[in-house]
Design a protein around this ligand. Structure first.
Ligand SMILES: *Cc1c(COP(=O)(O)O)cnc(C)c1O
Length: 247
């Protein structure tokens, strides 16, 4: 914590990027096989600009209206990309269709259909990942995927999402239970990776290449287990200060 208070966002961005490179190399994976989102929910625009100036281009946000407000003041940063990583209420679908370039947290068929409808009127397509609840924790969003015996039940719903022509499925995302121990979450990352193998076999016409998993406390474990996107917030940005604006 003391380090978070005395170092700058640029210092921490550099250090986490170095740790990521070391983890990728140690896992014997190509350097460009893992992309890092800097998670900026609850962070003011000035801090987003600090991360941008340190080299970050991919950002993760959770609340569409908070994000749209921030984007209004970030129009000069044309190569900045914002990915939606939070639970999306259907009345906010339009904001995501208009302002976000990727959605990691697609967690139900009805929101896929709503997004698809909004996108049709804009003419855009949106890359999406399907959020999976691989822990069975009731508080977690995502398709129910904790029991591998039940994975067959996902196929019908995924088929309905695949039928949404303005959405492009690229893989899976998960948020494991909070734990102080990076090792404790490894089984959940492994389960998401197994689920990807299963879906690749069952639905080979869909692209399942991306796995979005791993946060500040466990991204190195996630890289070992095949993450292609990691989502790092506090380890780079420091504690979240901005009040949650949209309920
Ligand atoms: C907030 C958040 C993160 C970042 O978590 P940190 O612990 O701050 O790194 C990652 N993924 C999701 C879905 C989040 O909501």
């Amino acid at each position: 914590m003391s380090e978070i208070l005395t170092s700058t966002i640029a210092d921490r961005y550099k250090r986490i990027s170095e740790r990521l490179q070391i983890a990728i190399t140690a896992a014997g994976r190509p350097m460009d096989s893992v992309k890092m989102l800097v998670v900026t929910k609850g962070q003011p625009v000035e801090k987003i600009v600090e991360a941008y100036n340190a080299g970050a281009r991919l950002f993760g946000e959770n609340y569409p209206e908070e994000t749209a407000r921030k984007l209004n003041t970030l129009t000069a940063y044309t190569d900045l990309q914002i990915h939606m990583i939070g639970h999306l209420q259907s009345r906010k679908a339009r904001v995501v269709a208009e302002s976000f370039c990727y959605m990691h947290s697609l967690d139900r068929v009805s929101i896929a259909q709503k997004l698809n409808q909004e996108l049709e009127s804009t003419g855009r397509t949106l890359p999406v990942l399907l959020e999976m609840n691989v822990s069975g924790e009731e508080s977690k969003q995502g398709f129910n995927a904790w029991d591998p015996q039940q994975w067959g039940n996902l196929l019908d719903e995924i088929g309905q999402i695949a039928a949404c022509k303005s959405l492009e499925i690229h893989g899976l995302m998960t948020m494991p239970p909070l734990s102080a121990e990076a090792e404790a979450v490894r089984p959940y990352f492994q389960k998401l990776s197994k689920l990807r193998e299963y879906l690749t076999f069952q639905m080979p016409s869909i692209d399942w290449s991306e796995l979005s998993m791993g946060t500040s406390s466990d991204f190195e474990t996630a890289v070992q287990e095949g993450a292609t996107f990691i989502r790092v917030g506090t380890a780079i940005m420091g504690p979240r200060t901005y009040k949650k604006l949209s309920i």
